[in-house]
Write a protein that binds this ligand. Structure first.
Ligand SMILES: [Zn+2]
Length: 244
């Protein structure tokens, strides 16, 4: 009898864990040749589902993953979708600041030997917030306004903004700018979560971005619909209103 109960429990728990894995809500959408946006969803205790996006960029025979999915299980599901749909190995990854929507799946990547790059401050904040810690630090972009190339992608540190450590990604060939949480979605009417923000520095950083990357054809925000350069202009407007 005891054996049967044991067996039933084992089957029950494996079914629960399998269904949790299978139900992790992750989507991949191609936006240009060799460039995809990944979107995952976080469900708040009140039942509201909130989307979060990152990029997948082909570089040679592999891909670079920009930001993990929003959760460790969701990141495992994302890795599985990259394997089955894009069919290229994840060679490296980069996380654009120390908040759960960007770095929650860091350990899932590290467990597969995939390096996880970030701004040096991200390692410090992730440790403080009890989040998984990226294992590679981009020392070359410690100061505001700096940029470093990682394969075919350019990693930009506009300075403190949405978060002290927020990074952006520029794809020079495709003219795609991934603004992360420092760029607000199309039609956004607020700056979102500003708990760790520096509004005046964010405004300065966005002015710099709007001048340097005004050739951007596609702008991808951290949350919500992508769009064109108007996302930058709209974020700039929201920032100047808020800075007054
Ligand atoms: Zn954030």
């Amino acid at each position: 009898m005891r054996r049967i109960i044991h067996l039933t429990l084992i089957i029950l728990f494996s079914t629960i864990s399998m269904s949790a894995f299978a139900s992790a809500d992750v989507e991949i959408k191609k936006i240009a040749s060799g460039v995809w946006v990944h979107t995952s969803y976080y469900t708040y205790p009140n039942g509201v589902k909130f989307p979060s996006s990152g990029l997948i960029v082909q570089d040679g025979e592999g891909v670079v993953l920009v930001d993990t999915a929003w959760g460790e299980l969701a990141t495992l599901e994302l890795m599985e979708q990259i394997r089955t749909k894009i069919k290229l190995p994840i060679k490296t990854s980069i996380v654009t600041h120390a908040h759960g929507d960007r770095i929650a799946g860091t350990d899932a990547l590290k467990s597969k030997g995939i390096p996880v790059y970030s701004h040096p401050l991200t390692q410090k904040f992730a440790t403080e917030y009890g989040l998984p810690v990226p294992d590679q630090s981009l020392e070359a972009i410690i100061s505001p306004g700096s940029m470093v190339s990682l394969g075919k992608i350019d990693v930009i540190y506009p300075g403190p903004g949405h978060a002290m450590d927020n990074l952006m990604i520029w794809l020079p060939q495709e003219k795609i700018l991934f603004g992360g949480c420092a760029v607000r979605a199309k039609g956004a009417t607020s700056l979102g979560n500003t708990a760790h923000s520096d509004i005046s520095s964010w405004l300065q950083g966005m002015k710099h971005i709007s001048q340097e990357y005004n050739s951007a054809q596609i702008v991808v925000p951290g949350h919500g619909e992508l769009g064109d350069f108007s996302l930058i202009s709209n974020t700039l407007m929201l920032l100047s209103e808020s800075a007054q």
